[in-house]
Ligand binder design. Sequence first.
Ligand code: SF4
Length: 703
Amino acid sequence: DPVSKDSGFVMETQCPFCSVQCKMQITKAMPVPGARRYSYTVEGVPNAASEGRLCVKGMNAFQHAVSADRLLHPLVKRNGEFVPVSWEEALNTIRDRFISISEEHGPDAIGLYGGGSLTNETAYLLGKFARVALGTKYIDYNGRFCMSAAASAGAKTFGVDRGLTCRLSDIPLARCIVLAGTNIAECQPTLMPYFTKAKENGATIIVIDPRVTATASIADIHLQIKPGTDAALANGMLKVLLEEDMIDEKFITARTNGYDELKRHLSEVSLQEVAELTGIDEANIRKAAAAYGKAPTGIIFTARGVEQQTDGHVAVRNFLNMVLATGKIGKPGCGYGAVTGQGNGQGGREHGQKSDQLPGYRSIESDVDRAYVAKVWGIDPEQLPRKGVSAYEMMELVHQRAIRSLFVMGSNPVVSNPNANLVEEGLSKVDFFVVADMFLSETARMADVVLPVTAYLENDGTLTNLEGRVLLRETTLSAPGEAWHDWAILCELANRLGKSSYFSFQSSEQIFEELRVASRGGLADYYGITYDRLRREGGVYWPCPSPEQEGLGNMFKDSFAHSDGKAVFHPVQSRLPQETPDEEFPLTMTNGRVLSHYLTGVQTRRSPSLAARSVENYVEIHPRTARKYQIEDGEWVEVSSRRGSFNVRSRITDQIREDTLFVPMHWGGIQNVNKATSPELDPNCKMPGFKTSTVMIKPLRMR
Ligand code: SF4
């Protein structure tokens, strides 16, 4: 127990394992005489989002933090083996290598790769570190694989991207709820009571998913869609809304642009073709459209099932067209929500760790935005690098040796990127590789230097939950061993790179104070939020432009964020991925989560209680498909694509479409689904097509 130097404690914190950010109290009791272990008790504490509920992940979220696997000292690889070294040596090594690589190949030869679980303060600082301390344009983060489709669609349609445009408390007021590509029952379980309450209140629940998930079990209408065709389905539903006059003309005229163009576009959409493409018959498309169109209130949610496609941006925009056409936004019980996965999936995408972005959702391409942020940072705008590339594109540059050195913080890209074999090959030949992590993850094992960081029980800061509500996570525990806070590592490295005056922060709160100013006047405006206020009020929604103002819970009541105050319809024809099923790779594979794991499992697989619930990876396959490929239940199989293959056990179930396989995403090595996933990117947001990889499956048994 690396935190054993702290005696017993009682602390309130937030679960790190999803975007709900449920509050909890953890009590560590000293061992009683004769007992060999400390005992921990975890209880939910009501906060605005979770109402005191915790799921199994939250109940066991302390276990990885007290795991004996925690890294306690900096490590440097010598002759292929890690050896513990002092911080002095580790940081000087990094400084020297970064300087020499930058001098030899230019500052863009160094890339930074962040994560959506980092606090707002660290995400902000990582963006600043890349641009000010290293002068590189190459920074992006794993949230590219979570939020980019919904974020870009929301920004185009509404003028700003906030996960939920309404509050969670609006859900029970909705009379129709569309859950498109989201398995909330397993991914954000404590939210389920909001939906069951809506159902009790008379709401129709529509679930769009190729699988009969735990969430689909509460659906009134389950559209078991062919993977990758959600954009077409939304267009079909929209056509029905228009044809059957279930639209809000008054809202459309007063609050939107682009409707005539949309109408023209939809006149060319054939419902019969949509039915053939999606695998959903016309009657059910009409039924679902009518349920949403006729309901007085309604909320549409999308998540990775819809978004992780090469057409994910368009799919979300088509669903947003439905929201606008029916005027179901800006009033109680109405809105749109992108159900974020990562703990800080919302805040992590707002403050500059994306390649195209500066703090507060400012654009790195806008001269006005660049000048503002440069002034806050005390640099010349000309010094600010321009836009870099997305996360997977960075991995391609690593593979091509255009990026010669990589610094990864809070992520495990060798498992989480599509086309994992290419990523692993690229990282194995990088000149100098640094990883900051709590554990020797699959990625950390490949590094030249590994820096131990504090866990959520030891590192305070703010996180922004899926509602856009900023929450302060405080802690009283000290770091185990020689682990440092991630933000402190960045400050000290900047210091050694001669940039100390820009990074003289002594606490998360000091970083937040600068973040407030950097975001001021931006779309994600945090200026009115302070640590004191968060302590007093529990949480504050953004935008919050002044300390005297309340944050905005329900967005777009009177106007949208585009300059004329109107939202924009976006009529686009959906397009299929370049790779569709064929003779060689006849099945479509989707990936996703299971209840007891988080991201690539680096933390949850080190929680004995969670790991025991889901020991190994598997592939879900329909009984008829299993018969066709001579696969028996529970046997090891090989799933392969044009990129590579992985081995998992089969799980035969009639809860999935015959043409589809499902594989969880939490395992690395030979069980890593991403060895076979498609790296084709959505041209609008650079989201990979995780949900539409074409594959073949065969048994691994000896013949
Ligand atoms: Fe709450 Fe999500 Fe943690 Fe479960 S995983 S306790 S839903 S924050």
